[in-house]
Design a protein around this ligand. Structure first.
Ligand code: SAH
Length: 365
């Protein structure tokens, strides 16, 4: 059995052909799945009964089950906890901006990159998500909010470049007019810096935005907070970024989570300015989201402002990421963690208390 969302048009057309069916049936099925949001073969009224039976024997349509949704008080962010048919749960966040709805998808169940400040990585990686499983996060979330999603960021749980083939197939599917028709310039892929994969991605000649989770400008500090820094140096990352810019003409976005006493001094800001000099880029400062699995603390407002001003004064393009959804544990992997823990400790009883519990125990520490 295949998940039908793992098939692109080419795949489905050749499946039809190999099964003695007209290839245009693939277009009809795709139309039901992506344009009419009809996720039940029996309801595809223009498909002959015999083919419906054949489809049901060979495919399932996997839309993850919504377990819970959390809406932030400001109503600008909603977080969904979804369960796949194998019982694994992941989280997806939808953010409402003036310019449209943006979704943050997970690309793996868990993550094996081990960044010290990140909740996604605490239990390691369970498995990769297939292209169709990632795509279904967008489909399901769109139908939950009842509005079109126009921007996609690959910044949920998982390292997208550690699941390269599935992620690439997902990116191509997003972009197809028979599918969701989301322009590549409305897609951002974030990576902790797997250098050979950045180069490989550059060679795909896509127009997506590449975001690099930099978080530090010196290798010693970076190694302390991001194990991947033991494999690839900042110098190698910057070389691969220049290659990406040369190949695609796209501006790179650097993410920099400000952690009190770790990477938020004015000296760090100066180092960042030096590192990015002359590069086509943008910096996204993120006041670190405090998660209960570690002791990293957010920089003070003054430090954040001074850091920001220093970059602006030196003509670095910079924004401070709006802290959307921090009241609903919207940082990477936090919701899944609290769900898993609540399951572990309360033997599968699901109620609304896990987030409150999570915050209380943090305060109690
Ligand atoms: N693995 C990819 C994408 C997922 S994480 C990557 O590393 O880029 C998306 C972004 O959120 C990354 O920049 C990551 O470093 C950051 N992040 C993770 N946990 C965070 C936290 N607690 N506070 C702030 N940013 C966090």
């Amino acid at each position: 059995m295949y998940n039908i969302f793992d098939f692109n048009m080419e795949d489905l057309r050749s499946w039809m052909k190999n099964n003695g069916e007209s290839q245009f049936r693939a277009n009809q099925v795709m139309n039901w799945l992506y344009k009419k949001n009809q996720w039940d073969f029996d309801c595809m009224t223009n498909i002959p009964k015999s083919l419906i039976e054949k489809l049901k024997e060979n495919f399932y349509i996997e839309i993850p089950e919504l377990i819970k949704s959390y809406r932030s008080k400001l109503k600008d962010t909603v977080k969904f906890l979804y369960k796949y048919r194998d019982g694994n749960v992941i989280e997806t966040v939808v953010m409402k901006y003036k310019h449209g709805n943006s979704i943050c998808v997970s690309t793996q169940i868990g993550c094996r990159m081990g960044c010290k400040f990140c909740a996604s990585t605490v239990d390691g990686m369970v498995r990769n998500l297939s292209s169709g499983e990632i795509l279904a996060q967008v489909l399901k979330s769109q139908s939950e909010i009842g509005e079109r999603i126009s921007n996609v960021v690959l910044m949920g749980s998982g390292e997208p470049l550690d699941n390269y083939d599935n992620v690439l197939k997902f990116l191509n599917m997003l972009n197809c007019d028979y599918s969701l028709n989301i322009g590549q310039r409305h897609i951002t892929l974030s990576t902790c810096g797997i250098v050979p994969r950045i180069r490989q991605l550059a060679d795909e000649n896509l127009q997506i935005t590449l975001a690099i989770s930099l978080h530090s400008t010196d290798d010693v500090t970076r190694r302390k907070i991001m194990p991947i820094a033991n494999r690839y140096s900042i110098g190698e990352i910057m070389d691969s970024c220049r290659y990406y810019i040369d190949k695609t003409g796209r501006r790179i976005s650097f993410e920099y989570a400000l952690v009190s006493g770790v990477n938020d001094s004015l000296q760090c800001a100066e180092n960042l300015i030096g590192l990015l000099k002359g590069l086509l880029c943008h910096v996204n400062l993120i006041p670190v989201n405090e998660v209960r699995e570690n002791d990293f603390r957010k920089s003070s407002l003054n430090n954040i402002k001074d850091f920001y001003d220093k970059l602006v004064d030196n003509r670095v393009e910079v924004t401070i990421r709006r802290e959307m959804g921090s009241d609903i544990n919207a940082a990477c992997g936090q919701l899944r963690r609290s769900y898993i823990e609540s399951k572990r400790y309360r033997k599968g009883v699901e109620n609304g208390g896990d987030l409150i519990r999570c915050r209380q125990s943090k305060e109690a520490k």
